[in-house]
Write a protein that binds this ligand. Structure first.
Ligand SMILES: [Zn+2]
Length: 80
């Protein structure tokens, strides 16, 4: 009985974390989209592209700059 409760708690914890990660990644995507809008207007870093494995996101901005991003750091902290 106790182990079942524990398992159930663990499962819901994992589900909770996954949901949290999903919404964080979505937030990162939305933020990136907004960023790209302004970059398209400026046409400065249009040729720069890289991929963030943490956010699962194509970046058109400086990856170093992206690593300072708050959402990126929250996601990388959540994954461990
Ligand atoms: Zn990232």
């Amino acid at each position: 009985m106790r182990s079942y409760q524990h398992l159930k708690a663990m499962t819901s914890f994992v589900g909770e974390t996954k949901r949290k990660l999903y919404s964080l990644k979505k937030a990162a995507r939305d933020q990136q989209k907004e960023l790209e809008k302004t970059m398209d207007a400026q046409k400065t870093l249009a040729d720069t592209s890289s991929y963030c494995r943490v956010c699962e996101l194509d970046l058109r901005s400086d990856p170093k700059e992206h690593e300072d991003n708050e959402i990126h750091n929250v996601i990388s902290g959540s994954i461990c």
